[in-house]
Design a protein around this ligand. Sequence first.
Ligand code: GLN
Length: 446
Amino acid sequence: LMLERIKAVDEKVQAFITVCGEKAMEQAKKVDEKIKNGEPVGKLAGIPIGIKDNICTEGIYTTCGSKMLENFNPPYNATVVDRLLAEDAVILGKLNMDEFAMGSSTETSYFKKTRNPWDLERVPGGSSGGSAAAVAADEVYFALGSDTGGSIRQPASLCGVVGMKPTYGLVSRYGLVAFASSLDQIGPLTKDVEDCAMVLDIIAGYDKADSTSIDGKKQDFLSALSEDIKGMKVGIPKELFAEGVSEGVKERIYEAAKVFENMGAIVEETSLPYSGYALAVYYIIASAEASSNLARYDGIRYGYRADNYEDMIDLFMKTRSEGFGKEVKRRIMLGTYALSSGYYDAYYKRAQKVRTLIKRDFDRAFETYDILISPTSPVPAFKIGEKMNDPLQMYMSDICTVPINIAGIPAISVPAGFENGLPVGLQIIGKPFDEATILKAAYAYE
Ligand code: GLN
């Protein structure tokens, strides 16, 4: 049934890179058999889901939205995929994204442009635009995305769904194609907060295959949900309302603050003085890590290989200039520059120092507040093509989400009304590993 819906809807939305019809039917039959035989089934028995195309799926193409990995068929599953399959979920396919997750509109994908289900002339956000659009258009029940600087929350916001970036280290990155390893996290895109808590319950937890995975105690996010947030302390960081945030978005977020107040929370304005540097810091660190991570695509081991090369160097050069798109090349050059001798101290090292200052701002705020709230995206969904020729304008899309990745802390985006008929997202930020409080606040608000 869902496969038929995808056939009908995806012609317009273009959320999928790969639809796995046969494999999905096989998995669904397996679950059916279990039920018929009276065997116990998982929490996600038969639920149709989608996976962002930078998360490895055994025997299913994982392209990262790039020509470089157009024919890459991973021999293994990411840990998160194994966990979902262990609960008997059914993977319907792989979802479109900006190439190697670099972008805020899903327009840098090598394959197609995904459209926002609310207005097909507009972008779904990015880089997990396929994931957000597929959930919003009811093509899947939920999807996984990845978030390095906002790539789960910003598309969730633009498509009117829920999206969460967990604390760095809560969810295993094993099998996630690396963009910026110190910032990347996998997380859920769902219809509502309850589903988000349930999916997080399943994908979170220690994994020895990821050296940055944290061996904490297992939490139960679903049972943390409750309507009672009386006395909760909510901070509004004024810096996250500054540059480029539209009046309509501001209004929706201040209305949300009122809702929290009416539920008995204490709401105050606060400050994160260094957060204004977050975007600059992000583009140094993320590009530096990307330049290193993407060095592996050399045409030798796997992925695209150019033909008609003269020698090894020529093979590397042709492969990489033909296999990568413009935005990816821009990041590799920026990152290589920031890491090169003579510039390392001036750019990379300084960015790391400011990163610490940004983190301390949050530590200080969380001495007083349980959560912080802000817009997720400064503006609702923009027109396809509108920002493609202006990378700096595109980078501004993440002005409110990037500080959270820099600090390694968790945040969710939940729908908070509309501006001119387009969804607006509220961002709720929490303490490290305190997803439970974020989810509780989001659930009460919703
Ligand atoms: N839009 C940001 C970028 O282009 C964030 C991407 C992401 O979170 N993967 O880098």
